[in-house]
Each structure stands twice: as structure tokens, then as C-alpha cells.
Design a protein around this ligand. Structure first.
Ligand code: 13P
Length: 331
């Protein structure tokens, strides 16, 4: 067990290595279908495979990307040229294969959400590990409104994240722990600070109660931002300062790294916020685990057409490289 724990710590460190970050390509089939609808492209197992293949075979991806989160469908699909299953293909490039293991959102009380997926989780984790996964992801969602979030919802999600994280470590997978405070709404940046703080504090209480090894996790939080419909939009410096203050107050120093989600920010802003935060001295490496902010320009360039593959790959690499520079505050 001891030796395995040190392997987990090493993998967590590799996931957040300076100059690299994580590509979230684990959109569920309905979400991927929505993305494809935006470019009038049919969503089938084969078009989804083609698109993920396009991203993963972009030239030089391994210089900027430490790990890729896959959806179950992609995890079992194969790279189109070599015929290798994606976990093997990515490992061959030196990229860690990860897997989304939550099963989406269920209702919690009146309008709040609790993530599903604990049933049969250990068995699924052991299977994914045996097929090459080295880390996993579970996303909890906290909404802000006049009456949300409730203490019960924050605690229920924190407890579920901790149970998932422990199960991952017992199956030799590094858990990405993702409590996402949603930025839709007209709340202020200070409300975002307060809710993010409450969510993180509860998550770390529960992780410690469940004896999760903090050196063997990666935290994936939202940044502290003004609600997207708030009339006052905080600038880059304020977002960076408030996010760092919020994390410093709530995230123990043993955690090796924090990989932010982009959460609907524009791709440019997500990069600039990360760059600004990396100007601060922090105990953890600060990097990205972006979905939309890494993929949006590539998706738009692709338009579902084979002849656009190379240009789409170039667009993807541009975002990956810019975010890599942002982890070094070098933009
Ligand atoms: P976004 O960066 O698009 O928010 O996606 C990241 C993610 O993995 C959400 O779970």
C-alpha cells in the first residue's frame, strides 16, 4: 500500500507539472451532441471518435498536455491510424489517460443538484485501472441563487466527493476533485468568493474525515468570478487576487496542484486569468483542466469537415501552448 501511495503522489505531481495541464475531453454524449449541433455536425459514435482523434493526434500535444480526461465511450475507442485503444495511444505519447466516473447530476431538494455514481464505483475504477487509466474525475455542481446553495447541498456533495476520492486511491487512481460553483447568474464576485470558500472548506473537511491522502489528489475548482449576468465584471487582476485568496484560505499545502475548469469563460480570458494567478507565490502548482477554453476554436475551425482537420489541430495547439505559457506566468 505504501509503495502504491507514493506512485499516486508521483502521478498527481505529473498531472500538474509546470508548463503542462489537462485536456478535459470527457463531454458526455448529450453534451458532445450539443457542441456538434453548434457546428451543424451529426453526433455519432464515429464522428465523436473522429473529433477526439483530431485533438489527441495534434502535433506536439505532449509538450503542453500532461493528461486527458476521457468519456467512457472514447476510453474504449481506438486511434484511427494505429488502431490502438486511446489509453494505450496516449500512454505511448507520455500523456496520462484519465476517465470521468461520475454519472451526472441528480436532483437534491428543490432545485439543487447532487452528483450520482457511487453505486458499483470501486468495480468500475478497478476495471478502468486495469485498462490503463491513471486518474479519474468527478464533478459536483453548486448553483448560486437568492436562496442557494444550502448547507445541506454543499455538505452532501463534499461527502460524495470524499467517498469517490477514497475509492479512487484504493484502486490506485488519482482523483480529480471537482466542486464547481457555477458562474451563471447575476451574483457578485464577493458572493462567488463566499460560496467557493464554503464549498472548498467542506470538501477538505470531508477529505480529511475520510483519510484521503491530499498529496494524491488534484483539485479542480472554478475561479472566483463575477456572475456572468452581474452588472459589475471584475477585471483580470481582481479575479486572480480573489481566487488566490480564496484558495489560500481553504486548500491545504499538501495538495500538489490545482487545475482550474474554464466554466464558460472565453478561451482568451481563461488563459489570462491563469497567467495572472501564476504571478503569485503559491504552495501548489496552478494549471488548467479546460474543456471549452481549449477546444472551442478547434471545434469552430473543424466544422465537422475532414479537410479542416489540420487547421483545427493548429487552433487547438495554439490554445494548449498559450495555457502552457500561462502556467509559467510567461504570457
Ligand atoms: P470546462 O473547462 O468547459 O468548464 O470543462 C471542464 C470540465 O471538465 C467540467 O467538468
Amino acid at each position: 500500500m505504501e509503495k502504491k501511495m507514493s506512485e499516486l503522489h508521483a502521478i498527481a505531481h505529473k498531472m500538474v507539472e509546470k508548463g503542462k495541464g489537462i485536456l478535459a475531453a470527457d463531454e458526455s454524449t448529450p453534451t458532445c451532441t450539443k457542441r456538434f449541433e453548434s457546428i451543424s455536425t451529426e453526433s455519432t459514435a464515429s464522428t465523436r471518435n473522429y473529433y477526439r482523434n483530431l485533438l489527441f493526434t495534434s502535433k506536439g500535444i505532449e509538450k503542453f498536455i500532461s493528461g486527458i480526461i476521457l468519456f467512457d465511450e472514447t476510453f474504449h475507442q481506438s486511434e484511427l491510424e494505429t488502431g490502438k485503444k486511446y489509453p494505450d495511444f496516449l500512454s505511448g505519447l507520455g500523456i496520462l489517460p484519465g476517465i470521468k466516473v461520475d454519472q451526472g447530476l441528480g436532483d437534491f431538494g428543490d432545485g439543487e443538484k447532487l452528483t450520482k455514481g457511487l453505486d458499483g464505483l470501486s468495480e468500475r475504477l478497478n476495471n478502468y485501472y486495469s485498462l490503463g487509466a491513471r486518474f479519474a474525475k468527478w464533478r459536483a455542481v453548486i448553483n448560486i441563487s437568492e436562496t442557494f446553495p444550502s448547507k445541506d447541498c454543499i455538505e452532501a456533495n463534499a461527502g460524495t466527493l470524499a467517498k469517490y476520492a477514497l475509492a479512487c486511491q484504493q484502486s490506485n487512481l488519482v482523483p480529480i476533485v471537482e466542486p464547481e460553483v457555477i458562474m451563471d447568474g447575476n451574483h457578485t464576485i464577493d458572493q462567488s468568493f463566499d460560496v467557493t470558500s464554503r464549498a472548498l472548506s467542506s470538501v477538505f473537511d470531508q477529505l480529511q474525515n475520510h483519510n484521503v491522502s491530499l498529496q494524491g489528489i488534484v483539485l479542480k475548482p472554478n475561479m472566483v468570478l463575477s456572475g456572468y449576468d452581474c452588472s459589475y465584471q471584475a477585471d483580470i487582476e481582481e479575479v486572480a487576487e480573489k481566487t488566490i485568496n480564496c484558495l489560500s484560505a481553504n486548500v491545504p499545502t499538501e495538495v500538489p496542484g490545482i487545475a482550474f475548469l474554464s466554466g464558460g469563460q472565453s478561451d482568451e480570458l481563461a488563459t489570462l486569468h491563469l497567467n495572472e494567478m501564476n504571478k503569485y507565490e503559491t504552495d501548489w502548482n496552478l494549471t488548467f483542466s479546460y474543456g471549452r477554453a481549449l477546444q472551442q476554436p478547434a471545434l469552430k475551425s473543424w466544422q465537422g469537415k475532414k479537410e479542416n482537420t489540420t487547421i483545427a489541430q493548429e487552433e487547438f495547439i495554439k490554445r494548449a501552448e498559450a495555457n502552457s505559457l500561462a502556467t509559467l506566468a510567461s504570457l
